[in-house]
Design a protein around this ligand. Structure first.
Ligand code: AP5
Length: 190
């Protein structure tokens, strides 16, 4: 049976992390979030973490070779996983091409690229709301939040074309209750 590999796509605050929790549980997938991996490096005060923090605090993307290396290592650590859910990766064309190559070498392609669509005003509201209570420094400042959204629009949103060409792109309405959105995702995944 082929593995289930999902890319959960969408701007900052679209609900990728929230929905991942439910999909991991339902489909027993391994969750690979480059944001979480980078925050673990920051917490460990590694050299990589120090460099990444500066960029993340400004709402800018971390270099491709760093995040690609992290994903490669995490996949090697989970060779027998029933599949992966990629959350916040890929975010650039170079990352998408690298992921295609990594999965092609294992003959385990992406099954679906599920894009959560949420209007910008709601994204800002959600992230400022989380910033009031979470420890995430990139959620506290509206300017940084808007910069993250600009980075998404310029560098990440164009990946829609990459996955549409492969017949894998599916747009999902990301507004509504968390349970309703999970149901929309499950309807596509099966
Ligand atoms: P990352 O950690 O990936 O953050 P992000 O993309 O900004 O996404 P978020 O975690 O903020 O949003 P989400 O879509 O997961 O939404 P969530 O479920 O949390 O990246 C952080 C930084 O790391 C980047 O800026 C970059 O610097 C760097 N980075 C990471 N990956 C990289 C890569 N591949 N390449 C280069 N750099 C990289 O929900 C958000 C909030 O909304 C929560 O409070 C939640 O409770 C709420 N919420 C969720 N669903 C709903 C709903 N249906 N209704 C109302 N509220 C909701």
């Amino acid at each position: 049976m082929s593995k289930l590999n999902l890319v959960l796509f969408g701007p900052p605050g679209a609900g990728k992390g929230t929905q991942s929790t439910f999909l991991i549980d339902r489909y027993k997938l391994v969750h690979l979030s480059t944001g979480d991996l980078l925050r673990a490096e920051i917490k460990a005060e590694s050299e990589l973490g120090v460099q990444a923090k500066e960029l993340m605090d400004r709402g800018e993307l971390v270099a491709d070779h760093i995040v690609i290396g992290m994903i490669r290592n995490a996949m090697e650590d989970n060779l027998h996983a029933p599949g992966f859910i990629f959350d916040g990766f890929p975010r650039t064309k170079a990352q998408a091409v690298a992921l295609d190559e990594m999965l092609a070498s294992k003959n385990e392609p992406i099954t679906h690229m599920l894009a959560l669509e949420v209007p910008e005003a709601e994204l800002v509201q959600r992230l400022l709301g989380r910033g009031a209570t979470s420890g995430r420094s990139d959620d506290r400042d509206e300017g940084v939040i808007r910069n993250r959204i600009r980075e998404y629009e310029q560098k990440t949103a164009p990946l829609k074309d990459h996955y549409t060409a492969q017949g894998k792109f599916v747009a999902i309405d990301g507004v509504g209750s968390v349970a309703d959105i999970t149901a929309r995702l499950v309807k596509v995944i099966g």
